[in-house]
Ligand binder design. Structure first.
Ligand SMILES: [Fe+2]
Ligand SMILES: [Fe+2]
Length: 435
């Protein structure tokens, strides 16, 4: 089990206090709770949540919103919040033995988002459908409480979940919201009408009617599943290309993964959006894929490369682009791979592009790639010690690498710069060769 950060523990306790106060208020303001409906919806919501789909970063999405929404419209905020409480410990939590604080946070979140959305619905004059079913005369005005309720649920749920994940993973909640939650908005608005239909059928036919609606819910789940599997297949393609390069060049084993790790550290310091970070990681994993087209003899040569051999090595960014150009989902990483050996002073290869004309991802890769090259042993030299690495980075920041990005990496890695060392060899070429 992963260690739970103290900030997340505090957040869970804070949510629990708020949720308990809200639940107390809701229950005491409700004259009679209908437990058989609460238990039935609790069970259905638990099943839907338990078999949700994992999201790319962290967390999961499920079709349980349709059921939760139906519970709010049918039973009102107090009963809906009690039914939603079943999601505190879902199947995946049992399987993964999630921490107690996660249970607390999940349970409290369920009460807060369902309870507040339910209150919004009541204050917007939404009727409790178990008491008074829908009729044609309710339209179109009924759409106002329906919409406000769904919007309140989405805003509260997505914000509180993003904050929780932010504390858990130590990443910006805004990035999480944009990457994981933003694209779920259409899903919420597609599931809300389903929730209304579900509620109305429940009023007319009782629990049996819900079974009729299981099919569309399963199809919605399947759509998510396919989308997530596709993402998994993309990563699989990238990983097999990485394996192919590393089989060819054993000295760079693990290099691509480490470059991806350092590139991510730089990107996080720059607060790049999650989508960009994801693309950058693909680019980092594949930056040297073109080495597939270079002979093993050259790649593992321990002595100095001849001019002709070095010329061949310098072709690897172009070969890499030729390999991945036709793969649709990798289109965005092409410029980063093509330019990852450019230098900001224009003396790099492939085409000597300068400064900010070099794509940002390529500049990030250049720093991450060189850093890993320096700290790893190569066939032609041993690994450099930390002091030399810092000296190299400081000296050639601004000529070989983008200054801001070097700083970002040093901050990300907790390295301390020694500016005096950097001054000594300004204007000379770097001691270290990177291919
Ligand atoms: Fe390279
Ligand atoms: Fe590399």
């Amino acid at each position: 089990m992963k260690k739970v950060p103290i900030s997340f523990k505090a957040y869970s306790i804070f949510l629990t206090v708020c949720a308990s106060a809200l639940l107390f208020y809701l229950v005491s303001a409700t004259p009679r709770l209908s437990w058989q409906h609460i238990l039935l919806f609790g069970l259905l919501i638990w099943l839907a949540e338990s078999f949700g789909i994992d999201l790319p970063k962290v967390g999961a999405v499920s079709v349980s919103f349709a059921l939760l929404y139906a519970a709010i419209l049918l039973l009102g905020p107090a009963s809906a919040a009690l039914a939603a409480l079943s999601t505190a410990v879902v199947w995946r939590d049992i399987k993964e033995r999630s921490s107690f604080y996660r249970w607390l946070a999940n349970g409290s979140l369920a009460i807060l988002d369902t309870g507040i959305a339910g209150l919004v619905y009541l204050y917007a004059h939404g009727p409790i459908l178990m008491v008074k079913g829908l009729s044609y005369s309710d339209f179109p005005w009924i759409l106002i409480p329906f919409t406000l309720c769904a919007a309140a649920y989405f805003l509260i749920n997505s914000s509180l979940v993003s904050m929780g994940i932010g504390f858990l993973e130590d990443v910006s909640p805004v990035n999480i919201w944009l990457f994981d939650c933003k694209w779920a908005i259409p899903n919420y608005f597609a599931l809300a009408p389903l929730g209304v239909i579900l509620a109305q059928i429940y009023v007319k036919t009782g629990p049996a009617g819900i079974i009729l609606l299981i099919a569309p819910l399963l199809i919605a789940r399947q759509t998510f599943q396919v989308y997530m599997e596709l993402r998994g297949a993309y990563m699989g393609t990238v990983k097999s290309l990485v394996v192919a390069v590393e089989a060819k060049d054993p000295y760079t084993r693990g290099h691509s993964e480490r470059v991806a790790e350092y590139a991510e550290k730089i990107a996080r310091q720059l607060h790049l959006p999650e989508e960009k970070i994801e693309t950058l990681k693909y680019a980092a994993l594949l930056h040297d894929v073109g080495k597939i087209g270079i002979t093993r003899k050259i790649l593992s040569k321990t002595g100095k490369l001849t001019h002709a051999e070095y010329r061949k090595v310098k072709e690897h960014p172009e070969i890499g682009v030729a390999i991945i150009r036709e793969i649709e989902f990798l289109k965005e990483v092409v410029p980063a791979i093509f330019h990852h050996h450019e230098r900001v002073d224009g003396s790099g290869y492939v085409d000597g592009t300068k400064g900010e004309m070099i794509p940002l991802m390529a500049r990030i890769l250049a720093v991450a790639d060189s850093y890993d090259a320096m700290i790893s042993a190569r066939p032609y030299r041993p690994a450099l010690d930390q002091e030399t690495v810092i000296e190299e980075l400081t000296t050639y920041s601004g000529s070989q690498w983008d200054k801001i990005l070097v700083n970002a990496l040093m901050i990300g890695l907790g390295l301390n710069a020694n500016p005096r060392e950097g001054e000594k060899r300004k204007g000379q070429m770097s001691l270290v060769g990177y291919i």
